[in-house]
Design a protein around this ligand. Sequence first.
Ligand SMILES: O=C[C@H](O)[C@H](O)COP(=O)(O)O
Ligand SMILES: C=C(OP(=O)(O)O)C(=O)O
Length: 363
Amino acid sequence: MTTTTDDLALSVSAPSQSTSDRRIKTFRAIPSPDTLRNELPLTARRALAVQRDRDEIAAILAGHDDRLIVVVGPCSVHDPVAALDYARRLAPLAAEYADRLKIVMRVYFEKPRTTVGWKGLINDPGMDETYDVERGLRTARSLLLDIIDLGLPVGTEFLEPTSPQYIADAVSWGAIGARTTESQVHRQLASGLSMPIGFKNGTDGNVQVAVDGVNAAAAPHVFFGVDDFGHGAVVETVGNTDCHIILRGGTRGPNYDDASVAAAVASLAKAGVAPKVMIDCSHANSGKDHIRQAEVAREVAADVRASRAAGEEPTISGVMLESFLIPGAQSTDARPLTYGQSVTDKCMGWDPTADVLAELARS
Ligand SMILES: O=C[C@H](O)[C@H](O)COP(=O)(O)O
Ligand SMILES: C=C(OP(=O)(O)O)C(=O)O
């Protein structure tokens, strides 16, 4: 290659200008998934429990088990002590209603934001913008193991495409959120995840994007990822046929009424997907009003009861509730923080949660 006078002039005026990483402040190394999993092992006993729970959830979604899946717990985990305290209250109810409900604790470590905000315990465990992701991953994994030891299956939203490598072995059910349900990256991810996955409808209420997500995740994919040792890798998946949609309402209002559920089932049938739906009683279905969540859950319970009484197989196979020890929500900036209260969306308190679980069990 010949060097021109222009090249020479450029190299003198800007000798070390790189075109890459112009907006990156730092890269910080973190342990590989393999290192963290060895440090906090799932163990054979817990792995058996996770596999049994995944199988039971998949059987409910396939219509082979007529229990109702109930994903219940805080909007987000910020304090592992309070989350474990919640799990200790939930575990006896999960055992008591086990013949009618499959209770899964909502243990959400990654929060998708409408614009900006705290992104969850893995991203910033101190909620102080120190972003100690290594501590976040360790705390998250350790909490999952403790909850499994109480006999509860764990459900979480998968948001970062590489974080599942650190925790997914301990998760029995997963969600792809309303803000990422249309994302190819998340559909590919779901196609390789080992547990049933629910796709939320879009924030605008578009259900078709969730149906498309279920269909896309059922197919095999090849994409960029990270292997167990943290090395860049090409990932090939076999596809995940245990996926379903979650109706969470949208900007035009709730979508858990009979007509909306029937329309969603018709879209699923048209796409050749099993007509199984989970209703999120929170978010746009409750207008983000935590007190309204209980009413939504009661209406869903009545619907399930009515279809059973009519001898029909209910299309609603699950519900989701955002619930914590103390009702409502507080700011992430509050100091001191109120123990057991959400720092993201408003949650139902413990007592109404226990009442709703009893009602769902009766349905
Ligand atoms: O479930 C939690 C929130 O609704 C979601 O993360 C969006 O939060 P935001 O609108 O407060 O950013
Ligand atoms: C972020 C959540 O919900 P959605 O994606 O429906 O907004 C959530 O369930 O925490």
